[in-house]
Ligand binder design. Structure first.
Ligand code: SF4
Length: 362
């Protein structure tokens, strides 16, 4: 099946709303045409700088303005990261994804340390991914030169619903960062969250935005919201497993080559539910007991599930060869000390404001 970049919302809605068994069958068929159905890529997500974020994402306990029980920490050292990466490798992960709670990357010592972390993990023969917020073209080039394999930057939801969740940056900034990453050989990981109160049309709208990118993202994480006390979305109801399976299947159909990543919310899913997601085309998970800050199944539990389902972890650099890491002293790219102007729409989101005003004990 040829990759299409002209999906419309109506077409995607028609797929999403098909009778369940037909949807599953179609997605599983496309999945088998493009991927080994018994192989699942396993990533470990590592929060290298936790909490204290200036943004107001309504789902996120790392936003400084909300009152949650989260304990923040400054940027980890390169040695700490190396030790964690080695542990992840021993337990079967092929990729380490480093997340920092930043609005955007700032040139300077901390970014230089992140570049060193990228070099260090790449030299362990693991795929390295980063999610550091908004990024300029020069910063993307520097990450690529350090040996970055993938950059994660989620669209979160449809462009329309994005405004109901985040007021401190615009949807167009997300697309601009993805575009900056695309100017390098780093692959793109971009997806979103369901269960934030969005409509099915919004879910389809997000898939339009992702599938019409050319090329489509190499990886698309589908997260189910994990409501955290103190955040604006704390009271949201759990997403029905059927919605998760439908979303995975629809993503698989409209983006046949992409790795569809079953991300946050797996602790709320049964093994049977996760198995249906794999059947519907999910072929990647995050391993480790924490997903940045929210709970995730234990690695051993995942390996037992893999055994029961006859699934095998994907080897690193199966989809694309390992990038080279250029050492800092041989870098072609300079620290430009950039101060880019990312947008700050600043519209009012009532539930975000209400959560800001609420004390933890209220
Ligand atoms: S999702 Fe990222 S940008 Fe948004 S508040 Fe959390 S850490 Fe900050």
């Amino acid at each position: 099946m040829a990759i299409r970049h002209d999906w419309t919302k109506e077409e995607i809605l028609e797929i999403y709303n098909k009778p369940f068994m037909e949807l599953l069958y179609e997605a599983a068929t496309i999945h088998r045409e493009h991927h080994d159905p018994n192989t699942v890529q396993v990533s470990t997500l590592l929060s290298i700088k936790t909490g204290g974020c200036p943004e107001d994402c309504g789902y996120c306990p790392q936003a400084a303005r909300y009152h949650t029980d989260l304990e923040g920490n400054d940027l980890m050292s390169v040695n700490q990261v190396k030790a964690q990466a080695l542990r992840a490798k021993e337990s079967g992960s092929s990729r380490v994804c480093m997340g920092a709670a930043w609005r955007n990357v700032k040139d300077g010592e901390e970014f230089d340390n992140v570049l060193e972390m990228v070099r260090t993990i790449n030299k362990l023969d693991m795929e390295v991914c980063c999610t550091l917020g908004m990024l300029t073209e020069n910063q993307a080039q520097r990450l690529a030169e350090a040996g970055l394999y993938a950059y994660n930057h989620n669209l979160d939801s449809s462009e329309e619903y994005y405004k109901e969740v985040i007021s401190t940056r615009g949807f167009e900034d997300r697309l601009k960062t993805i575009d900056n990453v695309r100017k390098t050989n780093v692959t793109v990981c971009s997806g979103g969250i369901i269960g934030m109160g969005e409509t099915v049309e919004d879910r389809a709208g997000m898939l339009v935005a992702l599938s019409t990118l050319s090329p489509q993202p190499e990886s698309v994480p589908i997260n189910a919201l994990v409501p955290v006390e103190g955040t604006p979305l704390a009271e949201q109801e759990q997403v029905p497993i059927w919605d998760m399976i439908r979303m995975v299947a629809t993503t698989r159909i409209v983006m046949p080559e992409t790795q569809v990543r079953l991300s946050a919310g797996r602790t709320q899913m049964s093994r049977e539910g996760q198995a249906m997601c794999f059947f519907a085309g999910a072929n990647s998970i995050f391993a480790g007991d924490k997903l940045l800050t929210t709970p995730n199944p234990d690695v051993n539990e995942d390996m037992q599930m893999f055994k029961a389902l006859g699934l095998n972890p994907q080897k690193p650099f199966t989809k694309k060869s390992q990038p080279e890491s250029v050492d800092a002293e041989n870098s072609k790219f300079q620290n430009l000390g950039e101060k880019p102007k990312w947008s700050r729409p600043g519209h009012t989101i009532e539930r975000n404001l209400a959560a800001q005003g609420k004390s933890k004990k209220a």
